[in-house]
Design a binder for this molecule. Structure first.
Ligand SMILES: [Zn+2]
Length: 210
């Protein structure tokens, strides 16, 4: 499959059916949707080793240590079973998660995707496959909870402008369909430009790396 550069978010439904590989009739379609009829509870049947091995890179290790300290979790080995994550993304993630813990200590955070095997199977380069994107979910996730997290992400977008980007994929569905999560990424470009502009104009707070 030819490599195609995209600037948008991963645009993909991530929770929970994630059939990868298998017969041509299953899995991810060209439109980026995922067939639920072939769901195997998110397990990768044709290459289980690829999903089960952490790269053991220094940044993924650092993020995992921070998650443990904060009492947060990782879904599977999704942070780095496709390769290590970038230093900047790691620093930004740790800063965001610390701020969530500080302001909303009862929230539960699960990191659900980073430089993961799944994104490497999609046939195009994204910020995930370069270690510059991270997805997470929050519990609970009523609207006011999501608003609380968005306010924090807006603060980081403003403080780390122009590199910190985010997309609220709980409520701002992208054209190809998404799952319920927050997407964060690092780097200039068009990704998350709308939320960055909104944050620069309206966020009352500005956060930096901690
Ligand atoms: Zn993402």
């Amino acid at each position: 499959m030819p490599i195609k550069q995209i600037n948008t978010a991963d645009l993909l439904f991530r929770n929970p059916p994630r059939p990868i590989g298998g017969p041509p009739s299953s899995g991810v379609t060209r439109s980026g949707t995922v067939s639920q009829t072939t769901s195997t509870k998110g397990e990768i049947k044709n290459n289980p080793m690829a999903k089960s091995i952490s790269g053991g890179g220094p940044n993924a290790t650092r993020l995992r240590e921070a998650l443990t300290q904060l009492g947060y979790r990782e879904k599977g080995i999704e942070i780095d079973n496709g390769g290590d994550i970038s230093t900047n993304m790691t620093d930004a993630c740790i800063s965001v998660f610390k701020k969530i813990k500080e302001l909303h200590p009862t929230y539960k955070i699960i990191v659900s995707g980073g430089n993961d095997f799944y994104h490497h199977q999609l046939g195009y380069i994204s910020r995930h496959t370069t270690g510059n994107a991270m997805d997470f979910v929050v519990h609970p996730h009523e609207d006011h909870d999501l608003d609380n997290v968005v306010n924090i992400l807006r603060g980081f977008a403003k403080g780390l402008n122009p590199n910190f980007r985010f997309i609220d994929e709980y409520r701002h569905l992208t054209s190809a369909g998404t799952g319920n999560h927050f997407h964060m990424s690092w780097g200039k470009g068009t990704e998350g430009q709308a939320s960055l502009t909104e944050a620069l104009n309206n966020s009352p707070v500005s956060y930096n790396m901690t």
